[in-house]
Design a protein around this ligand. Structure first.
Ligand SMILES: Nc1ncnc2c1ncn2[C@@H]1O[C@H](COP(=O)(O)OP(=O)(O)OP(=O)(O)O)[C@@H](O)[C@H]1O
Length: 292
């Protein structure tokens, strides 16, 4: 008799996540999941609580309440909500930031090597072996450079590998950030508005890049993004938050036509502020954009 084993749990399970700042409830009992080999988007109007969710997930904030569980195949589940950021990263949950946080006076290669610094320090007894030029250190350093070069090449950054990051265009710096995150071998790549400041051509290239990485390396991607053309084009699943609460979850097609989502975006005070693709979608949905 064959028994059917239950499906593995999602890579990330968030349940009842709540974050208060004094009297303000920025995140209020949010549940969501992110799966391996899937792109999961987290969207919502400005101030909805998206970045706060990322900050709780990646150890920048300790949540007021809730469970954040990482389930990697063959390993014991890890509760992330009590861990500091560097330990969350060691478990394979890495992030980028809304505002680019590269070291501007370091080269692209150096920016990627810094991300491997903790591993190298471990292999060199906190740097002493490195100072003495011992072989274990040299091997580890060579492997770190090879790995960084792999990601530099994979993200088409080889021509600028030795340039200072601060001299590069915004779109290229965004790619460096993703290369740096991938260089740490993540299980879950969390991207906070990666298309912010990109032109439409760069945004389309970013979408292809993320789909390529997901397919090639089988990682989970969790994406905060206001650019609805990107979100609708590449996401497998979308979670929508408004005023700290989750108001909808579904496929792009389901979310595009969800009444609560349309209302949440229509609630924005100024149509100019609507992401263009949402405004476009809404115009279609609302037969000519007849707004309340
Ligand atoms: N450290 C903090 N202290 C106090 N309030 C905060 C803090 N961080 C966030 N908030 C508040 O929490 C709410 C949610 O903010 P958050 O940045 O998570 O929203 P968001 O959905 O990411 O917005 P945006 O799309 O504009 O980036 C906002 O009212 C914000 O002012």
């Amino acid at each position: 008799m064959t028994s059917i084993s239950p499906p593995p749990p999602p890579l990330l399970t968030v349940s009842g996540l709540t974050m208060r700042f004094g009297g303000l409830v920025a995140v209020d009992g949010v549940d969501l999941t992110a799966e391996t080999n899937r792109i999961t988007a987290l969207i919502g109007p400005n101030g909805a609580g998206k970045t706060t969710i990322f900050n709780c997930l990646t150890g920048f904030y300790r949540p007021t309440a809730g469970q954040l569980t990482l389930n990697r195949p063959g390993r014991a589940p890890v509760s992330l909500q009590t861990l500091p950021g560097y330990r969350v990263a060691r478990h394979g949950v890495v992030r980028t930031f809304q505002n680019i946080r590269l070291f501007p006076r370091m080269t692209v290669l150096e920016n990627l090597l810094v991300a491997q610094h903790v591993g190298l320090m471990g292999k060199s007894a906190m740097g002493i072996a490195g100072l003495l030029g011992l072989s274990g250190w040299r091997r580890a350093e060579r492997a770190a450079v090879e790995r960084a070069r792999f990601w530099i090449d994979r993200l088409d950054l080889s021509p600028v590998a030795d340039e200072e990051a601060g001299n590069l265009s915004y779109g290229v710096q965004r790619r460096v950030e993703i290369a740096r995150a991938m260089n740490t071998n993540p299980q879950l790549l969390c991207l906070d508005e990666p298309a912010a400041g990109l032109n439409p051509r760069e945004t389309a290239a970013l979408g292809e890049l993320l789909q390529g990485i997901r397919a090639e390396f089988g990682i989970g991607v969790l994406l905060i993004e206001h650019d609805m053309s990107l979100v609708m084009g590449i996401s497998d699943r979308i979670h929508v938050v408004e005023y700290g609460r989750k108001i909808a979850e579904g496929t792009p097609d389901e979310i595009r036509t969800d009444e609560r989502v349309i209302k949440a975006y229509l609630g924005e005070p100024d149509e100019e502020e609507l992401p263009p693709a949402i405004a476009h979608d809404l115009a279609g949905t609302e037969s000519g954009g007849d707004r309340a």
